[in-house]
Design a protein around this ligand. Structure first.
Ligand code: SF4
Length: 409
């Protein structure tokens, strides 16, 4: 059985990932989980998340994949004690020291993080001696590499299918650390590779030369995002057990939409459905989340750099969460300003409906001109929708269609 694994940057995102179809989520405590800018979980939130995920029959993997120094280990031992009482379904580690300690002090299944850059079966064989159950393979492997790898080692393989890419071997990069003091290997990357760069001649440091590829500037380190939809059947056939969506720092809208798309895609492939006929619809949905242009990463061996700008493509604005519906009214928790106009509701069951909002109401049914973030407003809806559906406003509302970009091969 293939697993869909979604990012759980905080408790709310974990719940949305489960409701929108993930089989498992990965998340971190406040320490040692990389992505220090994500919300991450207090110990109390972790216990709530674990109970929530298990109540849905799903799995929770905890990331402990930072690279540690000796001074960090006392705290790590404390975390391991805590995890032995509240066991996740796996811990994800990179650092050999962490692997050593975790393998000797717990029986929780160990997954090796993509940060460890495992690219061959010989490295994976060695890891079996440390009770490793799964390897998150390096993003830099091609489909052919993965097939060979899988033939030679009987560990579970996990592979990224969607999300941001590094221009360096995942995380093995000091750009951010050097330029901002924020270390990618401690989960605090400032994404310095997305910045605009100039050339300076050694003896003329006061004369920076703008190397312009186009009027926006030069973004020489800036990678495309990964979107593996067009080759998802090949990835599944290659023997990958777990298909992972990147993005613990992304929004609820991103987590819900990408999870719902890949849930439907996996189910369609595994049930022998008409996957190819659905690709265009999947891409249309994936265009609605914030992203850089999509590519197939390294899967076919030709990674792409994104040279147009360092910005994101944002076609839809995530406006609110529908927390309850009753008698043709939806109660919306506002996340971004809502006013009269065309909107779309996307539901956990992967069904979208378009609505026109004429009026907004407060809880006493007084009309409001708009809803502002953190308020609750009521809107009329033409049909019942599932609780925790998302309300969004897309640029297609004006033009009538979303421009679908081709995934770069
Ligand atoms: S600066 Fe860019 S390449 Fe380096 S770790 Fe951060 S995202 Fe990856």
């Amino acid at each position: 059985m293939v697993e869909l694994l979604s990012p759980g940057g905080n408790l709310e995102k974990i719940k949305f990932a489960c409701l929108y179809g993930a089989d498992a989520v990965y998340c971190a405590l406040k320490k040692f989980g990389l992505r220090s800018q994500a919300g991450n979980l207090t110990k109390e939130q972790y216990i709530e998340a674990l109970n929530f995920v298990h109540s849905y029959g799903k799995k929770l993997y905890l990331t402990l994949n930072a690279y540690l120094f000796d001074k960090d280990f006392e705290e790590l031992f404390g975390i391991i004690d805590f995890l032995n009482t509240h066991k996740p379904d796996g811990v994800i580690v990179s650092d050999l020291g962490v692997l050593n300690v975790v393998s000797k002090n717990t029986d929780i299944p160990i997954h090796i993080s993509t940060q460890a850059n495992i690219t061959n079966s010989y490295a994976a064989q060695l890891l079996k001696n440390f009770n490793v159950k799964r390897v998150v393979i390096a993003r830099e492997m091609t489909l052919e590499d993965i097939k060979q790898f899988k033939e030679r080692v009987d560990l579970e393989l996990e592979a990224f299918i969607h999300g941001a890419m590094c221009m360096a071997y995942s995380g093995r990069c000091f750009l951010s650390s050097y330029m901002t003091g924020r270390s990618a290997n401690r989960g605090d990357c400032a994404q310095s590779c997305r910045w605009r760069y100039e050339v300076i001649e050694e003896k003329r440091s006061n004369q920076p030369i703008t190397v312009e590829e186009h009027k926006e500037g030069s973004f020489i380190f800036n990678s495309y995002d990964l979107c593996a939809i067009p080759i998802l059947p090949d990835i599944i056939r290659s023997g990958v057990k777990s298909l992972k969506i990147e993005g613990r720092m992304k929004s609820i809208h991103y987590v819900a939409t990408t999870t719902a798309v890949y849930r439907d895609a996996i189910d369609t492939i595994l049930s022998g459905g008409k996957f190819n006929e659905k690709i265009e619809y999947y891409m249309k949905e994936l265009e609605k989340v914030s992203h850089r242009p999509y590519s197939l990463g390294f899967y076919l061996g030709k990674p792409k750099q994104y040279l147009a700008s360092s910005g994101y493509i944002r076609r839809c604005k995530f406006c609110g969460i529908i927390v309850k519906t009753e008698d043709g009214l939806a109660k919306v928790q506002v996340r971004d300003k809502i006013e009269a106009g065309e909107y779309e509701i996307t539901q956990p069951n992967f069904k979208n409906i378009k609505i026109h909002i004429n009026s907004l109401f407060d809880e006493n049914m007084n009309k409001k001109i708009c809803g502002n973030p953190n308020e609750f407003v009521y809107i009329k809806i033409p049909e019942k929708v599932e609780n925790l559906s998302l309300l969004r406003r897309c640029s297609e509302s004006n033009s009538g269609k979303v421009e679908i970009q081709k995934v770069a091969l």
